[in-house]
Ligand binder design. Structure first.
Ligand code: ATR
Length: 488
């Protein structure tokens, strides 16, 4: 029992609006931690179902109208919205704001675009309401048993909301997987990048599978064992763990591995795409995430793929036998390529968060993020402990890759990573994130990039000017006639 329970037994400490799967699981999570939870859904059937199925498991106060719902909340009122993103969210925010008073807190727990969250926060601030855009990761199971939560919004609201969110969040070694991320859209921004990183994480696992299956010719069940083994080492993570389970699954109808009968066209709901669009605007090369988003789009271009299959020249491809590789060594090289590419995707994601935070003056602490992503969320992984340590050692790291630990790891990863990219090319197996991440890495390390050529071309056709490496100033070459350089 919390203090507030004893103060007012007839009111709820928290309310949830929108009782589809995520909302009802979140409401049940709050109730299971001893909170009284007000619940409301536009159509009453979902509210009735929650109460009939789980009413016995905790204290719920169901309401049939928004006004009733708001009246059932303790002040300052705190209501989490879990409805469809977009106009539905705006409609519910306004209904709540109408029924609420000064200082009450509206939390949007959906996957809103952070610019919408910034707008909504400003609108609510004008009306004296606190608006908190909170990213919630962990899927249905996380919502029920402990998600990772990324709340933005005003700091004052965190003071009242924090303990409630801490009570339902995942917990790693006594640390709850929730913290105040920063003002207005900061929470939804980092949740967006979290999802972008998730896209890359999933894609690199897919690329490793592809190489083991169609390169080394291993069966899904054998690859399941390899992933289970990887899950006992540096790559230990939720996504590797569930992929091993997926690969063990046999289709009841056909007796084939389930992975073989699932259409290989990946869906997407938009957060990966948002991450890349925002990265483009911020000028941050999130190439791993970008390739992962494009890989999903390409997989879904079924007509184009069908037209190309068997109809475009592949050149001379090698077989696994042609490469003359030892199977176990190949498996370990693929593991290292996956690890290195994953590291690049995280480094790029953290770069985007840093740039977004600077752009919007949010003051996001990357160490906090690595800490709250260690549990509850889809990208939870042992590896995140290393990221926490990296930012502990140097809060101003220019890139995660330059942290001494990761730098050392890269020393062991780089040669196998290069080899795997070469093998993939020779085998004709696409590995877009492995490949582009290596190009990113080599670009970072290169002493000279071809950008000098691009600057010259720009100056040639558009007099866009350039700078020199040996003196200050801005220069333009007159490319016609005598071709002389002038300082501009
Ligand atoms: P999920 O993906 O978890 O199934 P969703 O599609 O994101 O959920 O959101 C569905 C929820 O949004 C439902 O609770 C729905 O209410 P109904 O059960 O009445 O359909 C709610 N929702 C959608 N549009 C809404 C609106 N305009 N006002 C209020 N709630 C709305």
């Amino acid at each position: 029992m919390t203090n507030s329970d004893t103060q007012n037994e007839n009111l709820a400490q928290i309310g949830v609006v929108g009782l589809a799967v995520m909302g009802s699981n979140l409401a049940r999570n709050f109730a299971s931690r001893g909170h009284t939870v007000a619940v409301y859904n536009r159509s009453t059937d979902k509210t009735d179902k929650l109460i009939s199925d789980f009413g016995e498991t905790g204290n719920f106060i169901p309401s049939k109208t928004v006004e009733e719902f708001v009246a059932s909340l303790e002040r300052p009122r705190k209501a989490i919205i879990m409805v469809q993103a977009g106009t539905a969210t705006d409609a519910v925010i306004n209904q709540l704001a109408d029924a609420m008073d000064e200082g009450d807190i509206i939390i949007d727990g959906g996957n809103a675009l952070f610019t919408d969250t910034i707008r909504r926060e400003a609108e609510m601030a004008e009306r004296g309401r606190h608006f908190v855009g909170a990213g919630i990761s962990g899927g249905e199971e996380g919502a029920l048993n402990g998600p990772s939560i990324m709340p933005g919004g005003p700091k004052e609201s965190w003071d009242t909301l924090g303990p409630l969110l801490e009570s339902i969040a995942a917990n790693v070694g006594g640390t709850p997987c929730v913290t105040h991320i920063g003002p207005d859209g900061a929470g939804h921004f980092v949740k967006m990048v979290h999802n972008g990183i998730e896209y890359a994480d999933m894609q690199v696992i897919g690329e490793a599978y592809q190489l083991l299956r169609f390169g080394a010719g291993l069966e899904p069940a054998e690859i399941a064992e390899i992933f289970a083994e990887w899950n006992r080492g540096d790559l230990e993570s939720y996504l590797i763990e569930i992929t091993a389970e997926v690969l063990r699954q046999v289709d009841e109808e056909t007796g084939k591995p389930l992975v073989d009968v699932i259409l290989d066209a990946a869906g997407q709901k938009g957060t990966g795409r948002w991450t890349v669009k925002e990265a483009l605007d911020l000028g941050i090369p999130t190439t791993g995430i970008g390739e992962a988003v494009f890989a999903r789009a390409l997989s879904s271009s079924l007509g184009q793929r069908k037209a190309a299959q068997g109809n475009l020249p592949t050149g001379t491809l090698k077989t696994f036998a042609d490469l003359g590789l030892n199977r176990d060594e190949f498996i370990d090289e693929v593991r290292r390529a996956l690890y290195a590419s994953k590291l690049v995707a995280y480094a790029q994601g953290f770069d985007e968060i840093k740039a977004g935070s600077e752009e919007h003056n949010w003051g996001v602490d990357p160490r906090d993020l690595a800490t709250i992503w260690r549990g509850g969320c889809i990208i939870r992984a042992k590896f995140l402990n290393r990221i926490v340590e990296a930012y502990d050692n140097n809060a101003e790291l220019p890139s995660l890759l330059l942290d001494p630990y990761f730098n050392g790891e890269l020393g062991d990863l780089i040669d196998p990573w290069r080899n795997v990219v070469v093998y993939a090319t020779q085998l004709g197996l696409p590995a877009p994130v492995f490949t582009s991440s290596l190009a990113y890495y080599d670009s970072l390390c290169a002493e000279r990039l071809p950008a000098a050529i691009i600057q010259s071309q720009r100056d040639f056709f558009g007099a866009h000017t350039y700078q020199r490496i040996d003196k200050e100033g801005t220069f333009h070459t007159v490319w016609s006639g005598d071709r002389k350089e002038i300082q501009v």
